[in-house]
Ligand binder design. Structure first.
Ligand SMILES: Cc1cc2nc3c(=O)[nH]c(=O)nc-3n(C[C@H](O)[C@H](O)[C@H](O)COP(=O)(O)OP(=O)(O)OC[C@H]3O[C@@H](n4cnc5c(N)ncnc54)[C@H](O)[C@@H]3O)c2cc1C
Ligand SMILES: *[C@@H]1O[C@H](CO)[C@@H](O)[C@H](O)[C@H]1NC(C)=O
Length: 600
C-alpha cells in the first residue's frame, strides 16, 4: 500500500515536472504550408508581427530594406497619439517591452520626435514583438488559434492595447492573438439579468475584448450614465485592466473594476467558449477578475454595471518650483489628511517630481461647498506659500472632468519612451497618528533620490487615491470570500487608502542591457523602505514590476492563490496561456528570456 502511493506520488511528481519544463516549438519550424492552412481557418487574418517603427529603418532583422517614407512620416507624426498607437499591433507603450532587454535587440526611437537619425544610425530588430499574430475579429478566430497553438506547442501571447507594465502582452518567438479589433457595438442592457441568473443585477453595458475606455465613456455619457473605468482612456477594459483588478477615480464610491463586472465570456485553452458570472462558472469568474492578464482564458466579452450620472467635484492643481521644505510640508498634509479625504470620497492622483507636484482628484460624494471645505488644508498651503488658488470645478460629465488629466498623461508618452516602475498599496493602519511622520519621511525620500540620468531621466512619485475605500466597507455579501462573486484580488485592497507608484522614464533608444537592467533594478529597489513599512500589504499586479517580492501574498494572498492554482490546472493543464513572471507556473519556456535580470 505504502509502496503503491509512493509510486503514485512519483508519477504525479513527474507529471508536475513535465508541466513546468515545457519547451515551445520555434515559430520558424512551422512550415509555410502549415501557416497557409491555418491562415485559411482564420479567414486570412494571420499576419507577420512587426515592431511599429520597422518601416522607418534601413535594416530590419539583419537585412537591408528600403524604408517606407510615407508610412514612416505617418508614424513620426502620429506615433505619440495614443489612440493611433494602440491601434498598431507592433506598438508597446513602455517601449522596452517590445524590445529584448537582455540582448539589446530593439526597434524604437528616441523620445524626441521627429527622430530622423535613429532609424538610419541604428538597426531594427524584432525584439519581443510576436513573430506572427491573428487579427481577431470573431470568437472562432480565438478558438482556432488556441487549438493551433496548443497542437503545435507554440508560445501564445494575448495582446490588446500594449499598455502592460509587466511585459505580459509580448514575448519573443511567439504567436499572438491581437484582441484590439474585436469591438462589436457596445450595448446598453437596462436591468441586466446575467445568463443563468434569475434576478437583475442593475443597468449594465456589454462590450467586446478590444473596447477602450474612451469609447466606453462616450457611450455611457451619451445615455446619462457613468462607469468605473481607467484614467488613461486608451487602456483596454476587458483585457489587462479587468484581469488585474481595475482601479478608477470613482472606485472609492463604486468599487474596483472587478466589483462591477456582471458577466464575462471567455475562450478556454480547450477551445470552449464559456460564460462566467455569479450564477455559473464561478471559479472562472473569480480567476478572470484579478488572477492576472492572459492566464486563465481569453476574454471575448464583458458586461459591467453603469450608474446614473452624478455631479462630481474635480480639483486640478499644479505646484511648480517647490522648495524641498515646501514639498515636505505638502507631503505632511497629504499624509495627515489621507483618511479624511478618503472618507470624503476623493479619488485620483497626486504626482510629485523633483520640482513640483500635480494634483488631480475628484469626488462624487460632496457638494461644491463641501469639497471646498474638505480641501481647506491644501488651499491654506497654497496661500501660505503663494502658490495659487485651489479651485474646485463641478461637472456631471466624468470624461470631461478627466480631460485635464488625459492631456498631461499623453505628454509623457511617445513611441520613444520607456517606463520602469514599482508599486505598493498602503493600508489604513499605516496612517495611524503615531506612524504619520515615518510615512511622510519615507515618501519624501522618494523625491530626494539622486537623479542620475543613466538611471532614468525623470522620476515620478505617484500617489493613487483610486482605492475602493468606502465601497469595501459595504461590500455585497455575494462578493465576500466564499461568495459566488468573490474576486481574486488580495485582501489588502479592501483596507487600502493609497497605492504608491514610483516611475522612472528613460529614452526608448537606450537599449544597452546593463543600463536597462540598472534602471529596472533602481525602480524596484526604491520601493523597499515602503515595503518594509507596510508588512502584510502588497502591490497592484498591473502596476508592480515583474520582480515583486513575495508576489503570491502581494498580488492575491494565500487563499486566493491556492484556488487560482487549482483552477489553472483544471482549465489549462498544458500551460498554453502565459503566466506571470515569478508565479512559477511556466518559468522555463523561454518567455522571460528578454526580461532584465533584476534581483528581488
Ligand atoms: C498610461 C497608463 C495608465 C493606466 N491607468 C490605469 C488605471 O487608471 N487603472 C488601472 O487599474 N490600471 C491602469 N493602468 C494599468 C493597466 O491596467 C494595465 O497596463 C493593463 O494590463 C492594460 O491592459 P490592456 O489590455 O490595455 O493591455 P495589454 O498590454 O494589451 O494586455 C495586458 C495583459 O492583459 C492580457 N490580455 C489582454 N487582452 C486579454 C483578453 N481579451 N483576455 C485575457 N487576457 C487579456 C494580456 O495577455 C496581458 O497579460 C494604466 C497603464 C498605463 C500604461
Ligand atoms: C493570410 O491570408 C491573407 C489572405 O489570403 C493574406 O493576405 C495574408 O498575407 C496571409 N498571411 C500570412 C502571414 O501569410
Amino acid at each position: 500500500m505504502a509502496r503503491l502511493s509512493l509510486a503514485l506520488l512519483a508519477t504525479l511528481g513527474t507529471q508536475a515536472l513535465a508541466l513546468t519544463i515545457s519547451r515551445r516549438t520555434p515559430i520558424s519550424s512551422i512550415a509555410a504550408a502549415e501557416w497557409d492552412a491555418f491562415n485559411a481557418t482564420v479567414s486570412g487574418r494571420l499576419r507577420n508581427g512587426e515592431p511599429m517603427l520597422a518601416p522607418c529603418y534601413t535594416h530590419y532583422n539583419g537585412e537591408a530594406q528600403k524604408p517606407d517614407q510615407a508610412q514612416c512620416a505617418n508614424l513620426q507624426k502620429n506615433g505619440g497619439d495614443l489612440t493611433f498607437a494602440t491601434g498598431q499591433f507592433g506598438y508597446y507603450m513602455q517601449s522596452q517591452w517590445g524590445a529584448c532587454q537582455t540582448t539589446g535587440d530593439s526597434c524604437t526611437f528616441g523620445a524626441i520626435r521627429p527622430d530622423l537619425l535613429t532609424p538610419i544610425l541604428d538597426k531594427c530588430e524584432q525584439g519581443s514583438v510576436p513573430t506572427k499574430y491573428v487579427e481577431v475579429r470573431s470568437v472562432e478566430d480565438v478558438q482556432r488559434t488556441m487549438v493551433f497553438a496548443g497542437e503545435n506547442n507554440l508560445r501564445l501571447v494575448i495582446k490588446n492595447t500594449g499598455h502592460d507594465y509587466q511585459g505580459r502582452s509580448s514575448a519573443p518567438d511567439s504567436l499572438a492573438l491581437w484582441m484590439h479589433n474585436l469591438q462589436p457595438a457596445i450595448e446598453l442592457n437596462k436591468d441586466f439579468i446575467p445568463d443563468g441568473c434569475s434576478e437583475s443585477s442593475g443597468d449594465s453595458i456589454t462590450f467586446g475584448a478590444g473596447a477602450q475606455f474612451e469609447s466606453i465613456y462616450q457611450f455611457v455619457e451619451a445615455r446619462g450614465y457613468r462607469i468605473v473605468g481607467g484614467s488613461a482612456v486608451t487602456v483596454g477594459a476587458a483585457g489587462g485592466w479587468i484581469t488585474g483588478g481595475g482601479h478608477s477615480i470613482l472606485s472609492n464610491e463604486l468599487g474596483l473594476g472587478v466589483d462591477n463586472v456582471q458577466q464575462l465570456k471567455a475562450v478556454l485553452p480547450n477551445g470552449k467558449h464559456v460564460t462566467a458570472n455569479r450564477c455559473q462558472n464561478q471559479d472562472l469568474f473569480f480567476a478572470l477578475r484579478g488572477g492576472g492578464g492572459g492566464t486563465f482564458g481569453v476574454i471575448t466579452e464583458m458586461t459591467s454595471r453603469v450608474y446614473p450620472k452624478k455631479e462630481t467635484q474635480f480639483v486640478q492643481m499644479l505646484f511648480t518650483n517647490l522648495l524641498p521644505v515646501q514639498q515636505r510640508r505638502l507631503m505632511d498634509i497629504l499624509v495627515e489628511n489621507a483618511e479624511k479625504w478618503a472618507e470624503d470620497g476623493w479619488g485620483g492622483y497626486i504626482n510629485s517630481f523633483s520640482l513640483g507636484t500635480q494634483i488631480f482628484i475628484a469626488t462624487p460624494l460632496l457638494t461644491h461647498d463641501e469639497a471646498v471645505e474638505s480641501m481647506k488644508p491644501l488651499a491654506k498651503f497654497a496661500t501660505v506659500f503663494n502658490l495659487g488658488i485651489v479651485k474646485v470645478s463641478t461637472t456631471e460629465n466624468f470624461r470631461e472632468g478627466l480631460e485635464g488629466f488625459v492631456q498631461t498623461e499623453e505628454l509623457g508618452i511617445s513611441p520613444g519612451s520607456a517606463w520602469a516602475l514599482s508599486s505598493r498599496i498602503v493600508k489604513r493602519e499605516s496612517f495611524a497618528a503615531d506612524k504619520r511622520e515615518q510615512l511622510s519621511n519615507i515618501m519624501s525620500d522618494f523625491l530626494n533620490v539622486q537623479q542620475n540620468p543613466l538611471e532614468g531621466s525623470l522620476q515620478i512619485l505617484s500617489i493613487c487615491l483610486t482605492m475602493p475605500t468606502i465601497y469595501s466597507k459595504n461590500m455585497p455579501e455575494s462578493d465576500l470570500p466564499g461568495g459566488p462573486g468573490h474576486a481574486a484580488i488580495a485582501p489588502h485592497w479592501r483596507d487600502a487608502i493609497w497605492q504608491v507608484l514610483h516611475f522612472r522614464s528613460y529614452d526608448g533608444s537606450i537599449d544597452n542591457p546593463e543600463v536597462v537592467t540598472k534602471i529596472a533594478q533602481r525602480a524596484h529597489d526604491v520601493m523597499e523602505p515602503l515595503r518594509a513599512f507596510t508588512p502584510g500589504s502588497g502591490a497592484y499586479i498591473n502596476e508592480a514590476d515583474p520582480w515583486e517580492p513575495d508576489h503570491i501574498n502581494s498580488f492575491w494572498g494565500q487563499e486566493n492563490y491556492a484556488r487560482l492554482l487549482k483552477i489553472k490546472r483544471e482549465v489549462d493543464p498544458n500551460n498554453l496561456l502565459m503566466v506571470h513572471k515569478g508565479v512559477g507556473w511556466d518559468e522555463n519556456d523561454g518567455r522571460f528570456s528578454c526580461y532584465p535580470d533584476v534581483q528581488q
